[in-house]
Design a protein. Structure first.
Lengths: 151, 643, 107
């Protein structure tokens, strides 16, 4: 039952994020999308994925709120209740197929190992390389910013 | 670690890692950066050459070295056989040539650090692509090659056309990428492995779904068609001429467009592990390749006759020559199921290398001319014979080689392809490919006379034309020398590729297609001679007038218009959706709805012309098309599942 | 309950958003929705195993990097053109290009 509710919430928040006119509400709905995704991960046992999703979501949303003022047109509009209700209804309708239909019959194959082993023993090189790339990018951005400031 | 294992790993790791150091070094000294790039290219060349002896002396079997990547699933590795080593050596050689040439051609440009960074990344990913031992690794490098070529083509990002063509290249090749990804996914679904060895073993065991493999083969062909600029996805190559000429030379001679040829020849090798599969592919797949190749060869050659852009002629020449290679690959297995006995497979790879030499030479010389004149329009050139004598002499070699006149490189390689197509036995294909060779000669003469012969144009008389600098002429001279001797190397290359070739060097002169070929050149030569030296106006009148033929050639067979039509259709669909959405919300009794419909009036969409928004929507269109394709594939392969 | 279909619906919503929206922020949100759909699919198909999550680390970091770059670009573009509306931005870009062309011709 819990998955069905979460799925409905996920779709509704996604639709709201896309169709609400007010930037702040839209971003708030997007945060709802991230939150619902994270909760779905928690309930299906992928706790680390949930943590990552949460961290990523928080980071993205922080920047979004910071830049939201700049990006949005200065619209002084109130979200109309009728439209919001219509959007929520559409969300419910769209989430119905996911609840009642089923296409994936196959179970997953592969070694059953826990996250820590998988991350460090199998993906160790990749994780290190990623860290290297991210550090390089950060360094590059820092250099560019520094030079800008000097100018 | 043995020497060859060491070389096989580091030949692509070194340029990839070195590319990261380019910005660091470039910050301190530009000279050091330039020498660094040349040194890296030299090291890569030495490493690539060190792979040759073991492959040559071997039995023709592939050697692989792997390390665990994701343990239990995927191993990263290198795959050394004659095919991958041939490509590695070619790319490494051109890396060196272009690195040296760029010192002259790109001198004083802005953003050279970015240029050299991308150049090394490009070279590293191309070598990684050809030497990978599994499809996943290959696909990563395949994408990296696409990304680097996009970035290098729009190198002069301040020019709008440059950005536009870069985006066009990215989107059009992306269609092929999706197909290749689908093919890899199907192969993984069938054999449970990404590695070439695993797939070959699976095929040898004989337990595979033949129909699914045929679908996979067609998807692989789609990937190759987009990457190698074949009909109907060839128009991006002409747009890519906005790139710096050195990049064009690299793109045409060794990297990017050759990736499609590599992919096809590699997969023909893999499919040949199961003779039953080759038999299943013979009725449809191979003829499709040869038809695509022959049609592209013909179309490319005819388009080369009309364009006034000096690089455009070379671009369409590449399209046409790669069509020849495709025709060779398509007729490779017409009478045999063994790659080692196949003339066409060897011929197209042999022609691939000779094409690299003469097309690279053409681009290096065109770069020198553009450098001196500051324009790419051939109508503004003319009479350069006296001003640029060395370029003139080298261009003669390029023209002769491209046309396939004996005894230069393309005579032997193109001759083998013609033999292969004739042996396959399709009359229309044979006629088309011979026509393409004749037209090749005609557009070469046309370009030659427009640029070097006649009287200098007004544009030239205004500026002082100088010969290209030495640092640009020396690489061109090396390529010209290779153009001359490469054809004679045919038996050695055949033994290197472990191919049992029936045709000898002398046989090329006495075989049936040589006289036909030479006879066909005669009318082309006479027509070109009459119209450019004797001022015979017949052809020119047809070319300048309004008739269907001229219209077709000027619009590149309306292929681009077709694509823009599709994009327009998507735009219209999007506008209709927006209008529908607005109408829906406008009925809600609220002011907001009408505000929105004002803000995003459909008129905005309708007035958009070709521009960045088109590319954005094209991207979405490509995504939608790819998505539909994948859905169709899923339904085809696994059925509807639980529904 | 099928998460593949759920991800499919999310993907469809995202693509619809890309097709109809001209507000840069909404375009970005659509891209985020598509990315979320992809990761959702991935996690739910591999959920009881650690390996799926470990592979997902890469997807997340790439996703974050992409969204950071997109946001930076969005801010730069909207600062430069004073609006976040794609159609207005394009109109301005075309104006600028035409202006430059006429300047070149004037020279």
């Amino acid at each position: 039952m819990i998955f069905e509710i979460l799925a409905i919430g996920l779709i509704i928040s996604a639709i709201l994020a896309l169709f609400l006119d007010e930037v702040v509400y839209s971003v708030a709905a997007l945060s709802g999308t991230f939150l619902f995704t994270a909760i779905i991960y928690v309930f299906s046992g992928a706790i680390y994925a949930a943590i990552f999703q949460f961290a990523v979501g928080v980071g993205t949303l922080a920047i979004l709120f910071l830049s939201g003022e700049m990006l949005g047109e200065k619209q002084i509009k109130k979200a109309s209740p009728a439209k919001t209700a219509g959007l929520i209804g559409a969300g419910v309708v769209l989430s119905l197929p996911a609840i009642f239909l089923s296409v994936s019959g196959q179970t997953t194959v592969g070694p059953d190992i826990d996250f820590g082993t998988a991350l460090w023993d199998i993906r160790g090189v990749d994780v290190l390389l990623q860290a290297l790339v991210i550090l390089t990018i950060a360094l590059g951005i820092a250099v560019v910013l520094y030079e800008r400031r000097k100018k | 670690m043995m020497l060859e294992e060491f070389s096989a790993w580091f030949v692509w790791i070194i340029p990839l890692i070195a590319s990261l150091f380019v910005p660091v070094i470039g910050k301190y000294s530009e000279k050091a950066r330039n020498y660094f790039v040349i040194a890296i290219a030299g090291i890569v060349g030495v490493l690539a050459l060190s792979l040759v002896p073991s492959v040559w002396s071997g039995e023709g079997e592939a050697i692989t070295y792997t390390i665990p990547w994701i343990s239990g699933f995927v191993e990263a590795g290198v795959y050394i056989d004659s095919l991958s080593v041939l490509f590695t050596c070619l790319v490494a050689f051109f890396a060196l040539i272009i690195a040296v040439y760029s010192q002259g051609y790109m001198k004083g440009e802005e953003g050279l650090t970015r240029y050299y960074y991308l150049l090394l990344l490009f070279i590293g990913s191309m070598i990684g692509l050809v030497i990978s031992d599994n499809m996943l690794q290959m696909f990563i490098f395949w994408e990296m090659v696409g990304l680097c070529s996009y970035a290098l083509i729009s190198f002069w990002y301040k020019k709008p056309e440059s950005i536009h063509s870069g985006v066009k290249v990215f989107i059009m090749t992306r269609i092929g990428d999706i197909m290749l990804l689908a093919a890899i996914a199907i192969l993984f679904y069938m054999f449970g492995t990404f590695s070439f060895h695993g797939v070959i073993e699976g095929l040898q065991s004989g337990v595979f779904n033949t129909e699914l493999m045929v679908i996979t083969a067609f998807l692989v062909l789609g990937g190759a068609v987009a990457k190698s600029a074949q009909f109907p996805l060839f128009t991006w190559l002409y747009s890519a001429m906005e790139a710096p000429t050195s990049v064009s030379a690299l793109l045409h001679a060794a990297t990017m467009v050759k990736a499609g040829i590599y992919l096809l020849s590699r997969f023909i090798l893999i499919f040949a592990a199961a003779p039953a599969l080759i038999v299943a592919l013979q009725p449809y797949w191979f003829p499709t390749i040869s038809w695509i190749g022959v049609i592209t060869a013909f179309i490319g050659a005819t388009l080369g006759l009309m364009t006034t852009d000096i690089k455009g002629v070379l671009a369409y020449s590449t399209v046409s020559q790669i069509g020849f290679m495709m025709a060779g690959l398509g007729t490779a297995m017409a009478h045999t199921t063994d790659v080692a006995m196949s003339t066409g497979w060897f011929a197209s790879l042999f022609h691939m290398v000779s094409h690299a030499f003469f097309e690279g030479l053409g681009f290096l010389l065109a770069g020198g001319i553009i450098h001196a004149l500051g324009t790419r329009d051939m109508r503004l050139m003319g009479g350069l014979k006296k001003a640029m004598p060395l370029t003139f002499a080298l261009m003669i070699i390029m023209i002769v080689t491209t046309s396939g006149l004996p005894p230069f490189a393309a005579f032997f390689s193109k001759g083998l392809i013609l033999t292969s197509v004739m042996d396959a036995g399709s009359l229309i294909q044979t006629i088309l490919i011979f026509a393409a060779t004749a037209i090749t000669f005609a557009y070469c003469i046309r370009m030659f006379s427009l640029v070097f012969m006649g009287k200098p144009s007004e544009h030239i008389s205004k500026i002082h034309v100088h010969e290209a600098p030495k640092i640009m002429l020396v690489p061109a001279a090396i390529l010209a020398a290779l153009c001359i001797v490469w054809g004679i190397a045919q038996p050695y290359i055949a033994s290197f590729m472990h191919i049992e070739l029936e045709h000898t060097l002398l046989g090329a002169f006495t075989s049936a297609e040589t006289p036909i070929f030479l006879l066909l050149l005669l009318p082309a030569f006479l027509l070109a001679y009459a119209s450019y030296y004797k001022n015979f106006m017949g052809i020119r009148k047809i070319a300048a007038g309004k008739n269907p033929l001229t219209a077709i050639l000027n619009h590149a067979y309306f292929i681009d218009d077709l694509y823009y039509g599709i994009a327009k259709g998507i735009n219209g669909f999007s506008a209709a959706l927006t209008r529908f959405e607005n109408a829906l919300f406008a009925h809600i009794p609220d002011k907001v709805g009408s505000d929105i419909s004002d803000a995003a009036a459909p008129g905005h969409v309708m007035t958009l012309k070709k521009g960045p928004s088109d590319s954005f929507r094209n991207y979405v269109a490509a995504a939608v098309l790819g998505f539909i394709l994948i859905m169709v594939l899923i339904v085809l392969t696994v059925g509807f599942g639980g529904i | 309950m099928d998460f593949v279909i759920l991800a499919l619906v999310m993907l469809a919503i995202g693509i619809y958003g890309l097709l109809t929206n001209r507000q840069l922020l909404k375009v970005f949100i659509s891209i985020e929705l598509i990315a979320t759909a992809a990761t959702l699919n991935f996690v739910m198909l591999a959920s009881p195993q650690g390996l799926g999550e470990a592979l997902l680390v890469l997807a997340f970091s790439v996703d974050t990097a992409v969204s950071a770059v997109i946001l930076a670009l969005l801010v730069l573009v909207s600062k430069r053109y004073g609006t976040g509306d794609l159609s207005k931005i394009i109109a301005k870009m075309q104006e600028n290009a035409e202006k430059e062309e006429s300047e070149v011709e004037a020279q």
